[in-house]
Write a protein that binds this ligand. Structure first.
Ligand SMILES: Nc1nc2c(ncn2[C@@H]2O[C@H](COP(=O)(O)OP(=O)(O)OP(=O)(O)O)[C@@H](O)[C@H]2O)c(=O)[nH]1
Ligand SMILES: [Mg+2]
Length: 490
């Protein structure tokens, strides 16, 4: 789009330099506008850039105004030393914001992730230090932008601009020998659990701060899930033992009370007593009728332990915990001189909207399907079976123009729960055309076929694995096989 046109890049870090070098390959002139008289970026890259004749260095300069009728035509620039103004004829302007958030001053004080973004508790601004909160660019890994073009006058231009940014991104990935792996699927399928296993297996597990965050989430979830159980028992007309009714009243009272502790001693005793009520166990066994994590019993059985003052969650506790993902999370692995960027995204409908058009240089997609979800209804819409939604989404995603060339791994997950369930619940609750009854193998073949038959481009590598994402050994074996297959295929 900007071939043989003049453009400008605003910035002075590595991102600006990378953009300038890329644009200089096909633009007539690229002006680099920088407020100082030297650059911050890498010296080697600067030397290379200095040799390009069509890069014009606009030192000590800042942009005053973007000018043009229908679209960008000129940029008004101010010399910060002399105060003089001049204009540059350009068709596009790229604002190169550095990838590195300005968080160095917090290093060692609050927990930062691999990219120096401040880690916050899911869905809120709490950092690892009580009383310290973070928001905006320092923690917003999702909406940071490497480069933003200023030629945004209409929809068509926005689209063209996106293509340029995509090309830059792809080029960078190739230079850095990066493989982008998107872990996709609908909500609650096990994507984040798979990514947690990557951290356990290849990144040394979880830091003290992460463990503290999980501890708090596990404790908070005890209350949330007890509330769900009580409400569900009411809706199912299942009566709790009379002796427990005052405890239920007190449970809801305490939920309203403000306390520094997530679970007070009194709340702990109530949870222990209520979980002993056979009606709540019966309610839990009917959980396909309402929304509650499958791991709830695991945590309810160990309330005493979880509420101990020095409790630190075990690997199993962390893998079993449920926090719906919001935004995009990354884990970067070193695999034989390559960087494998594993990208975890939110699978619920509202989350999918955010990322579905965001990725353009995905090499491999791991689509996670919860095999056991076939009798469960969607969290987002109570009259839709989860597996029907997953099938629809799978079909859309794997055939989307952004992903249809990416190699594909289908992870048939929650196989442990599926094996238990298929002995009792017929798959035809979700798929009317299924006639295999409670036969496990017939059901597996049917599900596999349902999904794979929707793939239009079969001219790519497609691998299928059965998994239990909470089982570290199993995931290690699967991932080692994935590594082998991907490396042979590349
Ligand atoms: N039993 C069992 N539980 C699993 C398995 N995989 C995941 N889980 C549990 O299922 C729940 C949801 O897993 P997540 O990894 O958070 O799901 P997700 O796909 O990341 O969900 P979103 O972030 O909402 O898209 C967690 O409580 C996990 O412990 C599995 O194979 N077997
Ligand atoms: Mg998740």
């Amino acid at each position: 789009m900007f071939r043989q046109e003049n453009v400008c890049v605003v910035g002075g870090g590595d991102v600006a330099l990378e953009d300038v070098m890329f644009l200089a390959r096909f633009c007539t002139k690229v002006h680099l506008i920088h407020r100082r008289d030297k650059l911050r970026g890498s010296k080697a890259m600067q030397k290379k850039a200095m040799q390009r004749k069509n890069i014009i260095w606009e030192w000590n300069s800042v942009v005053e105004e973007f000018l043009g009728e229908e679209e960008l035509e000129r940029v008004k620039v101010k010399d910060v030393k002399t105060g003089e103004f001049r204009t540059l004829d350009v068709k596009g302007a790229f604002l190169a914001i550095d990838h590195t958030p300005n968080t160095q001053m917090f290093k060692g004080q609050v927990e930062l992730n691999d990219h120096n973004y401040i880690i916050t508790k899911p869905n809120c601004t709490y950092t690892s230090v009580e009383g310290v909160f973070a928001c905006g660019d320092v923690m917003d890994w999702v909406y940071r932008q490497a480069s933003t073009s200023g030629n945004l006058r209409n929809k068509k231009d926005k689209k063209k601009n996106k293509i340029i940014d995509q090309q830059i991104e792809k080029e960078k990935n190739q230079q850095e020998n990066k493989i982008q792996i998107l872990v996709a699927g609908t909500g609650d399928s096990g994507k984040s659990t798979f990514v947690k296993q990557m951290k356990i297996l290849y990144k040394g597990g979880f830091s003290k701060t992460e463990k503290k965050l999980y501890r708090d989430i596990i404790r908070e979830n005890l209350k949330i899930n007890m509330k769900r159980l009580i409400r569900a028992s009411e809706e199912l007309n299942l009566n709790l033992q009379k002796i427990n009714l005052p405890l239920v009243d007190r449970f809801f009272e305490i939920l309203q009370e403000k306390s520094d502790e997530i679970i007070t001693e009194e709340m702990k005793d109530i949870l222990v007593s209520l979980w002993k009520d056979p009606t709540l166990k019966e309610t839990y066994n009917s959980r396909s009728l309402f929304q509650i994590p499958d791991s709830t019993n695991f945590y309810m059985d160990k309330v005493q332990q979880i509420c101990k003052i020095n409790y630190s969650p075990t690997k199993e506790d962390i893998l079993g915990s449920r926090i719906p993902t919001t935004g995009v999370k990354e884990v970067i692995l070193d695999v034989n001189e390559q960087k494998w960027v594993i990208i975890d995204v939110g699978g619920q409908r509202s989350e999918r909207r955010k990322w579905i058009h965001q990725f353009d240089s995905i090499n491999l997609m791991i689509f996670v399907i919860a095999m056991s979800e076939y009798d469960q209804k969607l969290f987002e819409e109570q009259n839709i079976y989860r597996m029907a939604e997953t099938l629809k989404f799978f079909k859309k995603l794997v055939n989307d123009k952004l992903f249809k060339h990416a190699d594909l791994i289908i992870l048939l997950n929650k196989i442990d729960l599926f094996e238990e369930k298929i002995q009792k619940v017929d798959l035809n609750v979700c798929f009317e055309d299924y006639q295999g009854g409670l036969d496990k193998d017939a059901a597996i073949e049917f599900i596999k076929d349902k999904f794979t038959s929707t793939i239009q481009n079969t001219n790519r590598n497609i691998w299928t694995h059965f998994s239990c994402a909470t089982n570290t050994e199993m995931i290690e074996n699967i991932f080692e096989e994935i590594k082998k297959n991907v490396q042979q295929a590349l």
